[in-house]
Design a protein around this ligand. Structure first.
Ligand code: UDP
Ligand code: MG
Length: 340
């Protein structure tokens, strides 16, 4: 029996990008159905033919995105959509898309063609290949994969400052959380039904999908891709949004900040005891006067700052616990292509 591949595409105000996306994806779908793809570099990939379906997760768009999706579905049953009652964020869109997906293989990709659709046959071939064309550095074959994930090897679309902070973020989160996120990792990936079900089984409210993919395990093959500029429309990210996303990743997957607070607390207590003993001895034996006002002021500020910082860490975990215990739905669906 032919396999089915589902393309899950979260969209938020993508009326400008959607027509371009549909145009770009059509030849790729045809190639997948034919079982053959010409990469344009003289290489022809051959794989088991598979059918495809598209699932758009409309994340509460306020433009004509939903209207377009209704039209696409009316013209082609294999194009489906779910539409939220408001903007719930891309992570919620991914979750809803995975839930609605029927495919044996599932691909996540953005609507703005920054995740070039031409890589889909390459990913499919790598995931289903029986010849295992990707040997490790030492020549050994790595075995069977459950997921093919793409990382950007050139950051064409990012400014230098964003690229720098992104690199720092990946280092920091790997160090703190024990996850192994590849620098430049994106949400562009293909996975098997099994892995998608595992991702769905993690129904936490605070979703950091990059971490979830890593946490569920399975064998992932990382392939580099050349990033493209957004085809139309604007990026939904603000600098503040990116910083929030970074902290979300750290607090969702690591409790190390609490351990650091604990460790630093112990060290400071020890230092305080040593300093107290030193002050008593030096006053009793040498009659030294106690250090003056500026040093006390500095210490009060320093310790006040440290205490507030770690209280803030604690608050971050508590606020997440608070939201999780409410068991709110990850998204609210207002309409879908399945509605009669
Ligand atoms: N997106 C979404 N909900 C949001 C923000 C973004 O579904 O609240 C979608 C968006 O339509 C796009 C993808 O997520 O398909 C990536 O967004 P964007 O291009 O703005 O991010 P960037 O590529 O700049 O990181
Ligand atoms: Mg984009």
């Amino acid at each position: 029996m032919r396999s089915l591949m589902t393309l899950v595409i979260p969209c938020y105000n993508e009326e400008k990008a959607l027509p371009l996306f549909m145009e770009a994806v059509a030849p790729v779908r045809a190639a997948l159905a034919a079982g053959e793809y010409d990469t344009g570099t003289g290489e022809v990939l051959v794989f088991d033919p598979c059918d495809t379906e598209l699932i758009f997760a409309d994340d509460g768009s306020t433009d004509c995105t939903l209207k377009f999706l209704r039209e696409y579905h009316a013209a082609d049953e294999t194009v489906r959509y779910v539409s939220f009652s408001r903007n719930f964020g891309k992570e919620a869109g991914i979750y809803a898309g995975l839930k609605a997906a029927k495919g044996d293989y599932i691909v996540l990709l953005d609507a703005d063609l920054q995740h070039p659709v031409e890589y889909i046959p390459v990913m499919y071939e790598a995931l289903t290949s029986k010849t295992l064309a990707f040997p490790d550095g030492d020549g050994s074959v790595r075995g069977h994969y459950d997921s093919v994930a793409m990382f950007r090897n050139k950051r064409k679309s990012d400014g230098r400052v964003r690229a720098f902070f992104s690199k720092c973020f990946f280092r920091l989160i790997n160090r703190l959380s024990g996850l192994h996120l590849v620098d430049g990792a994106t949400d562009f990936r293909m996975m098997t039904r099994k892995m998608a079900d595992s991702v769905l089984s993690m129904n936490e409210y605070n979703r950091f999908t990059k971490g979830i993919f890593n946490w569920v395990g399975y064998n992932t093959l990382w392939l580099p891709y050349d990033d493209a500029k957004r085809c139309a429309g604007d990026s939904k990210w603000t600098t503040a949004g990116l910083i929030r996303y970074g902290f979300e990743g750290i607090f969702a997957f690591s409790t190390k900040p609490l351990t650091i607070a604990f460790g630093l607390g112990i060290i400071l207590c020890l230092l305080a005891v040593i300093y107290a003993v030193y002050t008593v001895i030096s006053t009793l034996i040498f009659g030294n006067p106690v250090d003056g006002y500026p040093s006390i002021f500095t210490m009060v500020l320093l310790f006040g700052g440290i205490q507030l910082l770690f209280l803030g860490f604690l608050g971050q975990y508590m606020s997440r616990m608070y939201l999780e215990t409410k068991h709110r739905p990850i998204y609210i669906m207002k309409e879908s292509s399945e509605d009669k």
